[in-house]
Write a protein that binds this ligand. Sequence first.
Ligand SMILES: [Zn+2]
Ligand SMILES: [Zn+2]
Length: 137
Amino acid sequence: MEKTYKKPLPHIHGETKAYWDAAKRHELVMRRCRCCNEYYFYPRDFCPSCFSFDVEWARVSGRGILYSFTVCHRPAQGFEEGGPYNISLVELEEGVRMMSTVVGCADEDLKVGMALEVVFDDVTEEVTLPKFRPPAP
Ligand SMILES: [Zn+2]
Ligand SMILES: [Zn+2]
C-alpha cells in the first residue's frame, strides 16, 4: 500500500458509499434497476433509463472488455508522477461501461475489445480503486 498517495481521491458520499465500501472488500458492485433489469454506472439512487427508484446493489463478475481508451501524455493535475497513463472505458459483461485504467499491460499493447478483469488497488487506508488488467492466461 502506498503511504503517500498524491493523486485525487474520490469524494465518497450517500449515493456512492456502498460502491466504495464494496471496493474496500475487493468486490465490484453496480446499481441494478428492478424495473427494467438494467445495470448502470455511476451509482445513483434512481435508474437513468426508466427513472425508477426501485433499484438495488448487485455484485458483478468484474469481467469485461476494453471498449475505448486514450493514453494521456500530458497528465492532469495530481497525476504527474509515473509518466503517461491510460484512461479506459471498460464495458462489463453486465453491459455497463465504467471509466477506469488498465494496469499490468503496457499502454502500447492496449487493444479495443481485449478481455479485462477487475483488480483492486488499495491506494490509502480509506480508498480502494477498481482498476482492470488482462486476465491471467
Ligand atoms: Zn457529496
Ligand atoms: Zn429502470
